[in-house]
Design a protein around this ligand. Structure first.
Ligand SMILES: NC(=O)c1ccc[n+]([C@@H]2O[C@H](COP(=O)([O-])OP(=O)(O)OC[C@H]3O[C@@H](n4cnc5c(N)ncnc54)[C@H](O)[C@@H]3O)[C@@H](O)[C@H]2O)c1
Length: 324
């Protein structure tokens, strides 16, 4: 099985597939795109080159990126031709299991037996797609985020049969293209969308209960805990705030909203074991000596100050007009 990935085909040259193809081509990897018809694929290629030139002119891509993408990115006439002799195929067609089944079956029938096959699905478990794939040991989810050229995180999900070498080859490739991969278990929505959907669901409840308006919810998220999320995940944030503080907070929420928002045992068990977070040197993310704690606080303060500078530099995001 091929372990060093030098050639990639992206199937589906839409929003995500196009962005993913740009990333690979911009990293110097020979990349092919293919969509439903040669005309659609050609139109996709032209759009990607136009977009790359705009990104470069706006300083979002380094000088020379458009030329590099033009050199490395080609359009194929058919799926079978596009996947026949490449090291990795990334499927990015519509988020429908039936469409993905059909496309993955065609990909795995036409690809080299040693080619790795990834799917960019955002919600469908690997085990639902596996039956369509010949050679499931080379198949996994490689889930880029939107907009792919600018968001670094990639969720990886191995199926039951996926080999460790395949996962390692993808992890090595992600490092090469400047991405940060995290491997998670095979469940619907994985981690990104499960968390993101949970937040939106609670935000919706807040609005429906008349607690705050849509605009005020967005303002609060953006200007308070959302401010932290580019630098720290929820566990790192809880370690900084204090796990005992969170345990008490959940008691209040659990009394008001039920078990759904009661204290999670991961937190109550940690507190019971004397882990109160960074303040007593024992958190969920690790142990902190005094020096690391001081460095963490200094990093946090610098990060939030620079975040404020960035936001005042960019100004507010454009908004739609309020619904009538
Ligand atoms: N849009 C997002 O925010 C986002 C984020 C992460 C992951 N994803 C996932 O990425 C995948 C693609 O989503 P998108 O937003 O790019 O959709 P999109 O509609 O922009 O693109 C899908 C493309 O697939 C092409 N296609 C459909 N059937 C095909 C076939 N048989 N052969 C070749 N091409 C075919 C379509 O013509 C279209 O260009 C989905 O699985 C989606 O869940 C989307």
């Amino acid at each position: 099985m091929s372990r060093t990935i030098e050639t990639v085909t992206v199937v589906g040259a839409g929003y995500m597939g196009g962005g993913i193809a740009q990333i690979f081509a911009n990293a110097g990897i020979r990349t092919t795109i293919v969509d439903t018809t040669p005309e659609a694929t050609q139109a996709g290629l032209e759009r990607l080159l136009r977009e790359a030139a705009e990104f470069e002119a706006d300083g979002l891509y380094e000088p020379g990126s458009t030329d590099r993408i033009r050199t490395n990115l080609t359009a194929a006439d058919s799926l079978e031709e596009a996947v026949a002799d490449v090291d990795l195929i990334e499927e990015a067609v519509f988020e429908r299991a039936d469409v993905k089944h059909d496309v993955l079956a065609r990909i795995s029938a036409a690809a080299r037996p040693d080619a790795i096959i990834g799917t960019n699905t955002s919600t469908i478990p690997v085990h639902v797609l596996v039956p369509a794939v010949q050679g499931p040991e080379r198949f996994l989810t490689v889930h880029f985020s939107n907009p792919a050229p600018f968001i670094p995180g990639v969720e990886l999900v191995a199926g039951e049969a996926t080999t460790a070498q395949v996962v390692d080859a993808i992890k090595a490739l992600l490092v090469r293209i400047g991405r940060e991969g995290a491997q998670v278990a095979d469940t619907p929505g994985m981690v990104l969308n499960r968390l993101q959907y949970a937040l939106l669901k609670e935000a919706t409840a807040v609005v429906e209960e008349g607690v705050a308006t849509v605009e005020d919810v967005d303002t609060i998220v953006r200007t308070t805990f959302g401010y932290r999320l580019g630098f720290f995940g929820p566990f790192a944030i809880a370690d900084q705030a204090g796990l005992d503080v969170y345990a008490n907070g959940y008691t209040t929420l659990g009394e008001a909203y039920g078990e759904r928002l009661g204290t999670p045992s991961l937190i109550s068990d940690a507190v019971a074991a004397g882990r109160h977070g960074a303040k007593n040197g024992k958190g969920l993310t690790g142990d902190f000596d005094e020096e690391t704690k001081a460095e963490l606080i200094a990093y946090r303060n610098r990060a939030y100050k620079r975040m404020g500078d960035l936001l005042s530099d960019l100004g507010p995001a454009p908004k739609g007009t309020p619904p009538a």
